[in-house]
Design a protein around this ligand. Sequence first.
Ligand SMILES: [Zn+2]
Length: 292
Amino acid sequence: MSRRFLTALEQEKTLVLDGAMGTMLLQHDLDGIECLEFANLTAPAVVAHIHQAYVSAGAELVETNTFGANPVRLARFGLADQALEINRQGVVIAREAVGEQALVLGAIGPLGELLEPYGDISPQTARAAFTLQAEAFAQAGADACIVKTMADLTEACLAVEAAVACGLPVIAQMSYEASGRTFMGVDPLQAASRLAEAGACVIGANCSVGPEQMLTVIKTLREHTPLPISALPNAGLPTVTGTVTQWPLKPTEFAQWGLQLLGAGASLIGGCCGTTPEHIGALAKALRSQNG
Ligand SMILES: [Zn+2]
């Protein structure tokens, strides 16, 4: 399975990833479930529908609905004992939804609690949590793993190493704020070298900011790593009015920024919070026209 992803990396000039899962799921009635990843067991058709919408729009890689499905985070919802099944189902749903039209990336997000010495999570606990996810992805036949939205470089490296140990190629993304650093103070230069050492085969950035603010980070990464670079920005910087969050970038604007990210050196491009199949559709069209 993993060879398909590496072959795609070698063959394609650019690869289109999907957009947001979380903000899309929140638009559906999920019977009040608080843990979005639990939808893999309770509402698989809704998750499958979102994957299909992204592939129809032009996504070549889709990410499983397993971002927060590590046992540390699931424990908050009393779901830690279902972690294996939630992760396995995440891959099964995506695979059945997209068939041969797209590759499936098992998604790993942060544990949601800080590692020692800043918090209580030991490296052993973190490693075990990420290994559970990665083993489930590998067993269920994911093409690769995407480690994303990381702020702590040690945590990110533990996740990358866990996935590499399961035989999965890994895209490793930190989440850089407008300052150009993650909220734990990591800069792209440090990330590029340590994530590559940990075994990542693509280095990138996602979430926190829109494409405009991400551009500098991508340029810095391009200067400091020979590896392919991924960029999955939000649909701009959101405005929050009461309980309503609005994302400013329209699909056509997002697509124009996608071309700038391509020019800055990213070759795997998709979206994060606030992006929709319409954003990915416009992006795919713009990138394809560029490839001539
Ligand atoms: Zn996001």
